[in-house]
Each structure stands twice: as C-alpha cells, then as structure tokens.
Design a binder for this molecule. Structure first.
Ligand code: NAP
Length: 498
C-alpha cells in the first residue's frame, strides 16, 4: 500500500531527498516545483518503504490505508496529480528510479578557506533554513539574532496553535540552537539595539531574514475605529505573542455576534476557523489567558469577505478541505451575487472554484443568523468600502451586484497580506515592500544578504524558504570563493571590501 502526503505538507522537499525511488513530485529540479500547494506521492511507483514519513518535519505523510476522517481524500488527491502521466521507469541498467546526475560540489568551500563568521537576523523559517544550510554545508560560525526573547518567528507566533503538526517543524529548527558553531543572541533588535553598520563590522557577512511584519491596510474610511484589527494582532494574540495583550481581541464582548474577516488567504482561514470553533475543541495549545477568552467568545458567525470570485480565492485546497470537514461548524457560500453560483457550477474538476461544489448556498442577512450552530460564510464579489460606526465598528459596507450594502458586525479583521518594513541602513523598495536584491545579494551592500519574505515578498509556506535559503547561501558561498581563495590571514568583513 503506498504512502500519501496530506494537508499539512510544508513543501520543503525533505521527503523528495529521502525517497529511494523518486516517486514524490514535483521535485525541486522540476519546473512546476513551487507552483503546487503540496507535494504528491505517485502511488504507482511508491514502494511503501516509509522513508518519506520518517523525514517529514511536519508529520504530513502516512500509509494511504490509514487515512480516515478529514484526511480520507488524500490518497485520491495524490493519485490525481499523476493522472494522464506515464509512471516513471527506472533509468536503464538501474534498479532505482533516480536518474542521478554527476555529483556536484558547487556549494563546497575550498579546504584552506578561512572560517566565515556569518550573522543571521531573524529566527523564523527563512532564518533557520539559512542557519541549517550554513552549518551543514560550510564551516561557518553563525550568530543568530532575534529581536524577541524567544526564537521561532512565525513558526512560534504565526502558525495556528491548532496546527500542532506544522508547529513541530520548530523542533527540527531548534536542534540547531545548541549547535557548537551557533551563538544565539535573543532580545537584540537590529536597527535600534544594534545598527546595520555595526553588525556588518562585526561579521564577515550578514543575512537578513526579518520577514514582512506589517499588516497591509485596506485604505477605506473608518480603519481607525475600535473593533478593527490587523491579522497580525489576532494571530499574535492566539499564539501568545509577548507584545500582544490577552485582551487585544474582544471576542467575549462582540456585539452583534458576527466577526468579519477581510481576505481569503490561509491566514484569513486560520482566523475564521479559530474564531468560529467550538471552544470545547480548543486545547492547551492556546495560552491559558487566550483560551479563557475564546471559551467566553460570543462569536457565532464569521464572514470571510473576498473582493473577487471563488476562482480567485487565495486559500489552498488543503486548508479549505480541512475547514469543510469540521463537524463543529457549518461552512456556507453567500449567494448574494448570481455570478458566484454560476462560477462554482461551471468549474471543471480540479479548478479552484470546484472545491466549493456541494457547499450549501444561502442568502446571508445583513444581521447575523441566530442559529444554534456556529458558521463560516464565504462572501465573494464583496469588496470592502468602509468601516461604519461612531467610536467602534458596528458594520462594514461592502460592494455587491446591487450596489453597496452593510453587514452588521462587532469585529472586523483585515487579513489581506503582509508587508516588509524598512530597516535603517538597508535599501528598501516601497512598491514591493522588499529589500532590492539579486539572488539574495542586497543591492549596493556587498556582504549583506536577504532571505524569505523580505527578499521575495510575503507569499509561500514554510518549506518555500528552504530553496530560497539555498539560493542565498549559494550566493554567499560564491562571493566568498570569488574573493577569499588564497586569502591568508582572516580579515573580518572581507566580503564587503571585495
Ligand atoms: P494571501 O494568501 O496573499 O491572501 C491575501 C488575501 O487578501 C487575498 O484573498 C486577497 O484578495 C485579499 N486582499 C488583498 N488586498 C485586499 C483588499 N484591499 N481588499 C480586500 N481583499 C484584499 O495572504 P495571507 O493569507 O496573509 O498568506 C500569506 C502566505 O502565508 C500565503 O502564501 C499563505 O498560503 C501562507 N500561509 C499558509 C498557511 C498554511 O499553509 N496553513 C497559513 C498561513 C499562511 P485578492 O486575491 O483579490 O488580492
């Protein structure tokens, strides 16, 4: 019986490397790598060895026959990915399926190379894949900085507490915190505690993995009203972020009992799922003070607002399917606009809008439903136009086929994506919210590198950072090789003086 990859796939491709028969795709060498929500096991060539499950950092791979309940669809989802393709055949003369190319040593430093002293700023996934790559492929000494007193970045303070398996990737990163070549400097904020220039003077090279910490704004009237929160506040709150107060999200006083979340990305889905959950399902993964407030929550309905149609929804298939499978809440599509149902019905199997086929469609009232069961409502073609209220939000005005309408609500969360923040001393592109760079090399600052969302913009899951970090580390190694081969005494900052 083959194995199958499930919803929590982080796409970091650890399984691809472990698989002896090359049955997991897309591989990082294939053109569609990075374009799919997850990786897939080809059941026709899987030999059931379980190597993939052993190395998966988020426990997302299982024998197909053991998958039941919310994961029951995944054997078919894996098989579907290979529909219409021929099963891979082993290369001629080889019992294995891997067509291994010639061994490459392009990321190895010469033996007489001086020990690099590298700083990595930010201990989230991008920073930790960089640390891992540096420690495994070079003899570099690494100093890992984070402005918070605890390491982990978005793994600790971004991944939802009810996604315990995804959070487990933090354990595989934390292994490196004790590495004899790693020094951990927590509670140090680069840009205020220490400047970019000071850091550059102290280390041969500096890699910034500072993410995109700011929540984008809606740009509509009423954004300053109380009762309107950024996704970063809500996500930080339910993760017990040290800088966010336990009372920051007033779920226990929401009136009316409807929360509106603007956006349909996975962050919006995380927030909707947690706000609409039956409190009995929430456990000690949440901080006690947050759990207490969630248990006293008045929220009965969460409306997710999309400015475009269901074919453009930003959630991934796995996250939506998991929401649809919940038995403690209902999911419905608001059919206020005939285009929504038409698009869903016309979607071919495999198209994004087809995921909503079979989901009940109801006309959602201006005031929240008073039903017994909690529910999540997906409302498409409803761009937010204004937040309404005197001193706090009482409604949100949205566009629609018959002109603007208002949805009564006591809590609006904007989950419309993130934005990088400028760091004094580094260049910054205001339009993209990133640090201008080429393959991770910061423009105009030799010896300075970026990785993760501050490098490529705020998109992609945890595993996307592995390949991204490999590119940045390769650039750093290449620069070192170019300028250091034969250098005798080790001089700090040689990369910058190159
Ligand atoms: P995202 O995926 O980029 O989604 C942003 C959403 O906001 C989209 O629905 C977008 O709609 C909407 N939006 C943007 N500007 C808007 C505006 N002015 N008015 C109304 N709607 C607006 O962002 P995200 O949810 O923050 O996620 C960031 C990344 O983290 C994603 O790659 C995501 O998959 C990943 N992530 C993954 C997980 C997981 O795997 N469980 C969990 C959390 C985050 P348009 O499409 O119309 O622009």
């Amino acid at each position: 019986m083959p194995y199958a990859i499930t919803q929590l796939c982080c796409t970091d491709a650890s399984c691809v490397t472990a698989c002896p028969v090359n049955c997991i795709h897309p591989t990082p060498d294939e053109p569609d790598f990075g374009t799919t929500d997850m990786l897939y096991v080809d059941p026709r060539t899987c030999i059931d060895c379980g190597a993939c499950a052993e190395v998966c950092p988020v426990d997302a791979v299982f024998p197909a026959e053991t998958l039941t309940g919310a994961l029951a669809d995944y054997p078919a989802i894996n098989a579907e990915h290979f529909a219409g393709t021929e099963p891979a055949a082993p290369p001629e003369g080889s019992p294995l399926f891997h067509a291994w190319g010639p061994v490459r040593f392009d990321r190895v430093l010469p033996a007489d190379f001086p020990t690099l002293d590298v700083a990595v700023v930010g201990s989230g996934p991008a920073g930790m894949y960089t640390v891992q790559d540096l420690l495994l492929h070079t003899t570099a000494k690494v100093t890992l900085y984070d402005r918070l007193p605890v390491a982990g970045g978005l793994v600790r303070f971004g991944v939802a507490p009810d996604h315990a398996d995804t959070k487990r990737i933090g354990e595989s990163f934390a292994r490196y915190h004790d590495h004899h070549r790693l020094r951990l400097r927590l509670g140090v904020e680069v840009g205020s505690g220490v400047t970019v220039d000071e850091l550059a003077r102290r280390h041969d090279a500096v890699v910034y993995a500072v993410g995109a910490p700011t929540a984008r704004t809606l740009g509509v009237p009423g954004e300053d009203l109380a009762g309107h929160l950024a996704s970063t506040t809500v996500v930080g709150w339910y993760n017990g972020h040290p800088e966010i107060d336990a009372d920051a999200v007033p779920v226990d006083t929401v009136d009316p009992a409807r929360a509106v979340v603007v956006g349909t990305g996975n962050v919006a889905l995380d927030i909707a799922r947690i706000l609409a959950a039956d409190p009995a399902r929430l456990d000690g993964a949440f901080a006690p003070a947050v759990l207490q407030r969630l248990r006293a929550s008045r929220v009965r309905e969460v409306v997710l607002l999309a400015r475009r149609g269901p074919e453009h929804a930003a959630y991934t298939r796995g996250e939506l399917l998991a929401l649809l499978r919940r038995d403690d809440l209902d999911v419905v599509v608001d059919d206020h606009d005939p285009r929504v149902g038409e698009t869903i019905d016309a979607a071919a199997p495999g198209e994004h809008a087809a995921l909503l086929q079979g989901v009940p469609r109801v006309r959602v009232d201006d005031v929240p439903a008073a039903g017994e069961r909690r529910r999540v409502v997906l409302r498409f073609h409803a761009p937010p136009e204004a937040l309404v209220g005197e001193d706090r939000v009482t409604a949100i005005r949205v566009g629609g086929p018959d002109g603007p309408g208002e949805l009564a609500t006591g809590l609006v969360v904007r989950a419309i994506g993130h934005r990088g923040r400028p760091l004094a001393g580094l260049p910054f592109d205001e339009e993209t919210g990133t640090v201008p760079n080429h393959a991770g090399r910061v423009d105009g600052r030799p010896g300075t590198y970026v990785v993760g969302w501050i490098k490529r913009g705020p998109g992609g899951g945890i595993g996307t950072n592995r390949r991204d970090a490999a590119e940045t580390v390769a650039a750093l190694i290449e620069d070192g090789k170019q300028h250091l081969v034969g250098a005798k005494p080790r001089r700090r900052g040689f990369l910058r003086r190159a």
